[in-house]
Design a protein around this ligand. Structure first.
Ligand SMILES: [Zn+2]
Ligand SMILES: [Zn+2]
Length: 265
């Protein structure tokens, strides 16, 4: 049976180290890191280091590794941030969860993997080995964003030289994409990453803009509550005010909300 481990749960502190002890999730999360780091290494060895133009290699190497770094940083924050677990044995009154016994607030759902009720639970994602909920949705969104951008960059790096070679009639002779095993590996990683991450980014943006979690969408709940404008809904997840912190996996949206003007989200 899996268990959720909120270590360092000091009273009065909202920031906790959080790690879900789920073997499948740990394997998927580790696999994500292996794919990203593997793609970065193969890209360097097979495509960028052999490039005749050093500036081309440095510029694209720096861009891809920056996107990969931001994706992995967001992945780590999504995995290790408490997604919004409802404290066990919370204040009496209201409906109680029959599975974990907490006083379940509105819009919270019980996760069978985390074995806890999670505020605004969207879904449990094995690729980040955690629930996506109220307190880590920003990090999950950034993980999908940077993964999609990095994968798109990789696809373009593969496609542009190949198309140039094809245009010159050198489809079989261009040398920058050898050996072929590296090309196939990069192509598969880039395609999988782009298709998966861009689809997840789109569904997350839809959920954020409409302020309806995927569970609420499936249960057809939440639409009647009219929870504010799209702009307010986005700021409620990414923080207030609009700033570069929105795209930083190192900036906590909770801290931004705390510093923001009272009553403004
Ligand atoms: Zn529960
Ligand atoms: Zn969960």
């Amino acid at each position: 049976m899996q268990a959720c481990v909120p270590a360092l749960e000091a009273p009065g502190r909202t920031r906790r180290v959080w790690f879900v002890c789920d073997v499948l999730g740990i394997a998927c999360a580790a696999g994500t890191w292996v794919l990203v780091l593997g793609a970065a290494g193969v890209l360097l060895r097979a495509l960028l280091l052999p490039a005749r133009d050093a500036a081309y290699g440095v510029a694209h190497g720096a861009l891809f590794h920056l996107l990969a770094f931001l994706a992995l940083a967001a992945h780590e924050r999504a995995m290790l941030t408490d997604p919004g677990s409802v404290p066990l044995g919370a204040a009496p009154g209201g409906p109680r969860c029959p599975l974990c016994g907490c006083a379940r607030p509105p819009r919270a759902n019980h996760c069978m993997v985390c074995q806890r009720c999670i505020r605004k639970m969207d879904h449990h994602c094995p690729w980040v080995n955690n629930c996506v909920g109220e307190d880590n949705q920003k990090y999950f969104l950034l993980f999908t964003l940077y993964t999609a951008l990095g994968s798109l960059h990789l696809l373009l790096l593969l496609a542009v030289p190949a198309l140039r070679g094809y245009a010159r009639g050198e489809w079989d002779s261009h040398s920058t994409l050898t050996p072929r095993a590296s090309l196939v590996f990069l192509l598969l990683v880039a395609l999988k990453g782009f298709l998966f991450a861009s689809a997840m980014f789109a569904t997350q943006m839809h959920a954020i803009c409409t302020d309806r979690t995927r569970i609420e969408q499936l249960q057809r709940e939440g639409a009647e509550q009219g929870r504010g404008s799209t702009w307010m809904n986005v700021k409620a997840v990414l923080g207030h005010p609009l700033s570069l912190a929105w795209i930083s996996p190192f900036a906590s949206p909770q801290a931004q909300r705390a510093r923001g003007p009272r009553g403004v989200v």
